[in-house]
Design a protein around this ligand. Structure first.
Ligand SMILES: [Zn+2]
Length: 318
């Protein structure tokens, strides 16, 4: 199966074996984000870099997109980062590549990969929380990957955890993402070093300047024993615990899977979240296991390939 992951600045493709192993990877193909025509040309180049390595055309192709997607029609309904509305991506890609094309949301694709092939195997009720630059998520409930009324179910990054709190990138204030998303951790750290230049000296030296501080700068300084970084990491853990308790109360997963680049850089978040769930969730939900995701940054392309493998019906031609 061929899996393709389309993001705001890049596209990656991979030939994926049945067990989720990526047997050939295209590498990153940057695109100019210059509208559907140009981006789809980059996508097709990335796909062909993989297909050239395969023995024949794949039976089906899966594409994950950081967007609101209708997986039944393969249409990208709205992709704010790409500036797209109502782009029939499955049909457009099928015109270029010899195969059936399926399209789904990237968080749902990552969740499908973990559920069928990774840390979610063996349960029909899980929530996959993806902590990266933004905070995304997706739920499997009673053996179904949920979509929602407008294909946006599971956007837990935009649940309010602080009333009247920090401005989010969405229309709301005080969102979970506005505290624990990578961009928000960077912002909070930059504010802290400006407020306390002496305490923040090590963080600034590591990054080069206050505005170059990222979440990963914070984590590296924390590991080096920096006091201000330690305080900010503890604070991040409290926000993360607040959000995770609400997610588990709302979705009642048997397993909460933590994935994304932030958790990969800070696996210590897993036991912190687990103990918060045991202590603070309502009793019927408090037994949820917490697991680290199996798949890293290829989770969405692996899930896209798995989605294509499971959906034999050619959605692009319905
Ligand atoms: Zn928000």
């Amino acid at each position: 199966m061929l899996g393709i992951d389309l993001g705001a600045t890049k596209v990656v493709s991979g030939l994926v074996a049945r067990d989720g192993t990526v047997v050939h990877h295209s590498g990153r193909h940057l695109h100019a984000n210059d509208g559907p025509g140009g981006v789809i040309r980059s996508l097709v180049r990335s796909a062909r870099a993989c297909l050239d390595e395969s023995d024949g055309p794949p039976a089906a192709i899966g594409v994950s997109v950081a967007a609101q997607v209708d997986p039944r029609t393969g249409t990208v309904v709205h992709a704010p980062n790409l500036g797209w509305r109502d782009v029939p991506l499955a049909r457009r890609v099928a015109e270029e590549l010899d195969g059936t094309v399926h399209v789904l949301n990237d968080a749902r694709a990552a969740t499908l990969a973990e559920w069928r092939l990774g840390a979610g195997r063996g349960t029909g009720n899980l929530f996959c929380l993806v902590l990266g630059t933004g905070v995304g998520g997706s739920a499997v409930v009673d053996d179904r990957l949920l979509e929602g009324g407008s294909h946006a179910l599971g956007e837990v990054g935009h649940t309010t955890i602080v009333v009247g709190g920090r401005k989010c990138h969405c229309p709301n204030w005080g969102c979970f993402e506005a505290y624990v998303g990578g961009w928000a951790i960077a912002e909070r750290t930059q504010e802290a070093v400006r407020a306390d230049p002496t305490g923040g000296r090590a963080l600034v030296e590591r990054a080069g300047s206050p505005e170059m501080i990222t979440a990963h700068t914070l984590f590296a300084s924390y590991r080096a024993g920096d006091a201000l970084a330690g305080r900010l990491v503890r604070e991040t853990e409290r926000f993360l615990a607040d959000g995770a308790v609400s997610i588990v109360n709302a979705f009642n997963p048997s397993r909460l899977i933590l994935g994304g680049g932030l958790v990969a850089g800070m696996p210590e978040f897993v036991p912190v979240v687990e103990s918060a769930i045991r202590a603070r969730c309502q009793p019927p939900a408090a037994g949820a296991e917490v697991a680290l995701a199996r798949f890293g940054e290829d989770a969405s392309l692996i899930g896209a390939a798995e989605f294509a493998r499971r959906h034999g019906m050619p959605s692009a031609h319905r």
